[in-house]
Ligand binder design. Structure first.
Ligand SMILES: *Cc1c(COP(=O)(O)O)cnc(C)c1O
Length: 375
C-alpha cells in the first residue's frame, strides 16, 4: 500500500517573496549577522507594532527571552514567575541565568496566566522576603492573555513583565498587536511558527539604549577598541542577514497566514462540533487570535489518545497540548501555584494540523478520520 501524504502539524509556508531578499544578501555579500535585511526586517516589525518601540532581530525566541531576563537584571538565585502552561523555551532561560522559576497556572477563559494565582504567588514570595524579579506571561496558541489584569498587578507590585508572543505574531488585544504590551516582548520565527525565518526570533524593547545593549550582548559584547576588548560576557545571538531576508518576505504575507489559520479553526469547529464531543477555545470579543494551532478538548484522556492514534495511522500529525511546566520532571523541585486548569487541558486536549498551507482536501481527510474514530 502506498503511504498517504503526510500532513504536518504546522509546517513552514513560503510565499516566494523571500527569494529576492535572500539573493540581495548574496549579491551584496552580506552573508553575515549584519546587513540591510536585518535593519529592514527590524524596521518592518517596528512598523507592524505601530508603536514607539525598538526591535532587535535575534537567532531564536529563546535567545530573546534570555537577553530580556539578563537586561532586567535577573541573576543567580533570583525568582521569576512564569506561566506553567507553555513550551519549555519560555522558562529555560531563567535556569540558564541560575535563577529559579516559579510556576503559575492558567485561567479557563484564555488558558493563559491566571491573574488571581499570580497575585497570590507575588504576595507569598514577598512575605518570604523573596520579591520576584520578573514575570513571564505567554499568549499561548496565539490567544492573548489577560493583558490589562496582568499589567495592573505587575505595576502595583512593580515587577517587569516579559511578554512571550512567540506564538502570537498577528494576534490582537483590544485592537493592538501582541508583542508590544510590556517592558519586553518576544517573537519567534522558528519553522513551526506562523511565519518563519527557519530559525529566528526578535526582542521588542522600549528605548534605543536598551536596543543598543541587546545588540551589544547578542554580538559577543565587544567594547569600543581597535582590538577585541571585553568587560562583560557576551552571546552569539544575532540573526543572520540571509535569514532576515526570509523574514522580510514572510512578514509581507502575515495577514494572509492569520486568515488561513483562522479559517481552519472555523472549519474544524463547524465540522467537529456536530459530533457533540469536543470543545474549542473561544475568542473573547476584544481579542483577535492568530489561531496558530487549533486545539480540541475531548471528553477524556482515552478519547484524546484514541483520536491521536487514529490520525497517526492515517499519516496525520497531531499533538497533545503543552505539558505544564510544573508537571515536567526537570522542574519537579520548583514551587508552583496551581488550580487544575492546565492539567485538565493537557489530559484531554489535542492540537490539530493548522498550517496555513493545508488544502481543503487535507482538512476533509482530517475531519473524516476523527469522525470515524469517534463513531
Ligand atoms: C517557540 C516558542 C518559544 C521559543 O522560540 P524559538 O525561536 O523556538 O527559540 C518560546 N516560547 C513559546 C511559547 C514558543 O512557542
Amino acid at each position: 500500500m502506498v503511504a498517504k501524504k503526510k500532513i504536518f502539524l504546522s509546517p513552514p509556508h513560503l510565499s516566494g517573496l523571500e527569494q529576492e531578499f535572500i539573493n540581495d544578501a548574496f549579491i551584496n555579500n552580506w552573508v553575515a549577522p549584519a546587513g540591510n535585511n536585518i535593519d529592514t526586517f527590524e524596521e518592518d516589525l517596528q512598523a507592524y507594532l505601530n508603536k514607539h518601540v525598538y526591535v532587535v532581530a535575534l537567532n531564536s525566541g529563546t535567545s530573546a527571552i534570555h537577553l530580556a531576563l539578563k537586561e532586567l537584571g535577573v541573576s543567580e538565585d533570583d525568582e521569576v514567575l512564569c506561566q506553567s502552561f507553555t513550551f519549555s523555551a519560555s522558562v529555560n532561560p531563567v535556569v540558564y541565568l541560575g535563577a529559579k522559576p516559579i510556576f503559575i497556572d492558567s485561567e479557563p477563559d484564555t488558558w493563559n496566566i491566571c491573574p488571581e494565582l499570580l497575585e497570590k504567588a507575588i504576595k507569598h514570595r514577598i512575605e518570604n522576603y523573596r520579591k520576584p524579579k520578573a514575570i513571564i506571561a505567554v499568549h499561548l496558541y496565539g490567544m492573548p492573555y489577560k493583558v490589562d489584569e496582568i499589567n495592573k498587578i505587575a505595576k502595583f507590585y512593580d515587577i517587569p513583565v516579559i511578554e512571550d508572543a512567540a506564538e502570537a505574531l498577528g494576534s490582537y488585544y483590544k485592537g493592538k498587536p501582541c508583542g508590544g504590551f510590556t517592558e519586553m516582548g518576544v517573537y519567534s520565527f522558528n519553522g513551526n511558527k506562523i511565519i518563519t525565518t527557519s530559525a529566528g526570533g526578535a526582542l521588542i524593547v522600549s528605548t534605543e539604549r536598551q536596543k543598543d545593549r541587546i545588540i551589544f550582548l547578542s554580538n559577543q559584547a565587544k567594547d569600543e577598541a581597535v582590538h577585541y576588548e571585553h568587560t562583560e560576557i557576551g552571546y552569539n545571538y544575532r540573526m543572520s542577514n540571509v535569514l532576515a531576508g526570509i523574514g522580510r518576505g514572510q512578514l509581507k504575507v502575515l495577514q494572509e497566514r492569520v486568515e488561513s489559520r483562522r479559517k481552519h479553526y472555523d472549519f474544524y469547529k463547524e465540522n467537529l462540533k456536530i459530533l457533540g464531543e469536543f470543545a474549542f477555545l473561544k475568542e473573547p470579543s476584544y481579542c483577535k487570535s492568530n489561531r496558530w494551532l487549533t486545539c480540541m478538548i475531548t471528553k477524556s484522556f482515552q478519547m484524546r489518545e484514541h483520536i491521536r492514534k487514529a490520525l497517526a495511522d492515517e499519516n496525520i500529525e497531531s499533538r497533545p497540548l503543552w505539558k505544564p511546566m510544573h508537571m515536567q520532571p526537570v522542574f519537579k523541585h520548583a514551587l508552583s501555584f496551581t488550580n487544575g486548569v492546565s492539567e485538565n487541558l493537557f489530559e484531554k486536549g489535542l492540537c490539530l494540523p493548522s498550517g496555513s498551507n493545508l488544502s481543503s482536501d487535507d482538512l476533509e481527510r482530517i475531519v473524516l478520520t476523527i469522525s470515524k474514530a469517534v463513531k
